[in-house]
Design a protein around this ligand. Structure first.
Ligand SMILES: C[S@@+](CC[C@H](N)C(=O)[O-])C[C@H]1O[C@@H](n2cnc3c(N)ncnc32)[C@H](O)[C@@H]1O
Length: 202
């Protein structure tokens, strides 16, 4: 990853609230609060908007990100929250978390930044990290998304359906739903095309 670019992003452009899809996913799959000691993994946590939302719901959170500034922002944002935040500075192909531990895992706007080679390592590792009954939500850009060409400095990869399918290895007991969400802006001139991948482990 280009650490300088993403440090700059985390300095300047941090989202102040969790993504609507994350809110829907968490509220429809988990009780509020979750049982004490329930862990969530936020892969590519950025500056912590989703981590804060997860901690408000009672999760302990592991936040992984390549940007030290993003992780410092995350720590500052949740400083007053009860519960535990562990942070790990690592790129997507090198993070290490315990297997079969997390009830919830999310990765929002990160697989597109990391690119397909890192994603091929990260997604199976994220699935391994889910405990039985655990659920994951992955959101990342699809081909044709305006950000691919429109924000060239981020070098985002827009995934084709075939590429998305190749990321998910459906071993025994793992189910996945591969969906999309398109949002248009400026009278349909600008199109944000997100893959919305939900994974469940029995
Ligand atoms: C668009 S931001 C999204 C942050 C957060 N998930 C959110 O929704 O606000 C992408 C984040 O992924 C991190 N990132 C990009 N490429 C990465 C990589 N290869 N490994 C680890 N983190 C990466 C960046 O540092 C940045 O914080």
């Amino acid at each position: 990853m280009s650490a300088a670019i993403w440090d700059q992003w985390n300095e300047n452009q941090i989202p102040r609230f969790p993504r609507e899809k994350v809110v829907q996913f968490v509220l429809s799959n988990f009780t509020t609060p979750v049982a004490p000691g329930t862990w969530a993994l936020d892969l590519g946590c950025g500056s912590g908007a989703d981590a804060l939302f997860l901690m408000e719901r009672g999760f302990n959170v592991t936040g992984v990100d390549g940007s030290s500034i993003g992780l410092a922002n995350t720590q500052a944002l949740v400083a007053q929250m009860p519960g535990t935040l562990n942070v790990q500075q690592a790129c997507l192909s090198q993070f290490e978390v315990p297997a079969k531990t997390y009830a919830c895992a999310i990765s929002v706007g990160v697989l597109d930044a990391a690119g397909i080679d890192e994603a091929r390592i990260a997604v199976p590792r994220l699935v391994d990290a889910l405990r039985p009954g655990g659920k994951a939500l992955l959101i990342f850009a699809g081909e044709g998304d305006f950000r691919i060409a429109g924000v060239p400095e981020l070098s985002l990869h827009g995934y084709s359906r075939r590429e998305v399918e190749s990321l998910i290895v459906l071993e025994y007991g793992v189910s996945a739903w591969i969906d999309t969400c398109t949002t248009t802006f400026q009278n349909n001139v600008t199109r944000q095309i997100d893959w919305i991948v939900t994974i469940a482990k029995r």
